[in-house]
Design a protein. Structure first.
Length: 171
């Protein structure tokens, strides 16, 4: 009887670990449109009302070089950021070619009064970071999420879908 107890315990323990792994994997991978909507802070009703928009209008911002908050070291961050914005009045697919360029110019013109607030928020977030904060994919994702949250408060009429780095260099 004692000889069978150890293999049974190992099998039960293995099944428990396996079940935990499947549960964790399902939480990480998500559950389709509802999980994607939750990640994008969209409720189920809003998902049903609006046709899915694959992409927003890209708004490139100017390149910036800022000092990082590393104690004792002068470290710099060079960043070029592009904001992907959802336009509430957008119907159907995004325009293409020259129409898309025109839409970008209109968007930049509309947001011009808030430009200083946008620039200030970005500078405030970037200068508060240390080199250690920005290392690795997780640090960069946290930076994107923080910028997205802060800029969403400044840009009320457009929802910030994504923050993209076209350039991110630490020196």
């Amino acid at each position: 009887m004692k000889k069978l107890l150890l293999p049974v315990i190992l099998v039960v323990l293995g099944l428990a670990v396996g079940a935990g792994g499947v549960f964790a994997a399902s939480r990480v991978v998500g559950g389709g449109a509802a999980a994607a909507a939750k990640a994008a802070h969209i409720d189920d009703d809003e998902l049903d009302r609006k046709p899915p928009q694959r992409h927003g209008i890209m708004l490139p911002l100017k390149e910036r070089i800022v000092n990082l908050a590393d104690p004792g070291n002068m470290r710099y961050l060079k960043a070029t950021i592009v904001l992907e914005l959802y336009e509430p009045g957008q119907k159907g697919e995004l325009p293409k070619g020259e129409e898309y360029k025109k839409k970008q110019e209109e968007l930049a013109k509309e947001l011009r009064p808030q430009n200083y607030q946008i620039e200030d928020e970005i500078t405030a977030v970037l200068t508060a970071k240390t080199t250690a904060d920005l290392m690795g994919a997780e640090g960069k994702q946290k930076l994107k999420d923080e910028l997205k949250d802060r800029l969403s408060k400044v840009i009320h009429e457009y929802r910030v879908l994504n923050v993209l780095f076209t350039d991110l260099i630490i020196q």
